[in-house]
Ligand binder design. Sequence first.
Ligand code: GA4
Length: 326
Amino acid sequence: MVVLSQPALDLEKYSLLRSTGKPAASAADIPEIDLSDPNAKSHVVKACEEFGFFKLVNHRVPVELMTKLEDESLCFFKLSQSEKDKARPPDPLGYGSKNIGSNGDKGWIEYLLLNANPLPLFSQQSDSFLSAAAEYVTAVKKLSGEVVELITEGLKIEPKNAISRLINDEKADCYFRVNHYPPCPEMQAVSGRNMIGFGEHTDPQIISLLRSNNSTGLQICRRDGVWVSVPPDTTAFFVNVGDALQVMTNGRFKSVKHKVVADSSKERVSMIYFGGPPLSEKIQPLSQVLAEGEESLYKEFTWWEYKTAAFKTRLADYRLGAFEKS
Ligand code: GA4
């Protein structure tokens, strides 16, 4: 089955190659947080400080919800290109392929990017896709609230909802994305290298929760700059610290740089929920994370200002740079 049209192997033009070198670090390093563990709150803080990333297990989101939406998504991605093109993005939201954002980034990918608050009730996608997406997003939204409350408790910040209130707000700016990375066997045969599915970047929001099918491809960058390949686990979520949470912790947490390398033989489907604050919200360090006399590392800005600036950048840009105090 070929989903993306094939003549895209213009390697120089798309700069889609990565080196053949394997990531150096062991996946055993990736922290795993068990939501049923009474000590989860201290483990989660350590994971956010050291990696800005962790695997979340025992999260109580039924695996059937995940597989149902995965199946529905695959039904959409298997439609003809002209059918899928009917869902092309009017703003940045909708169906996209090969182009990520609007500033020239390319990837071996097709995707659906939707507003998650609220999810669209009607669209080019089928009713069964939309109802599966609504059920899944409701569950993941609740879970992301629990995760940030665990983080807040671990940081000894009160009240417990100091961060979750932002992503649970009725005006919270949340996205939902389903990424489909078709296999790319030709590429492997031609050069022995793999295509970049989604180039390296950090997520601008507070927190992102990702679930994928049983395929490899996701890599995270450790703080020492070493890339680590994340082994898939269809029953788990993978959680990213986003730029906004880095600011809210005054740099104590770092938003994690990550990327996806397309597999030469297996398709990858990932579903990501991005929890962001309302557009009018000031993004600044929470007063309780600041030690006595400690000043914010960042200039004052609202989420609208950050998001507007972020959407004008290239994927790999260091977006927070412009908001740091000199
Ligand atoms: C990365 C995280 C989310 O997928 C996203 C992406 C957005 C897009 O795909 O349109 C961006 C990217 C993401 C960051 C920089 C800008 C905007 C593409 C891009 C080049 C939906 C988001 O919020 O920021």
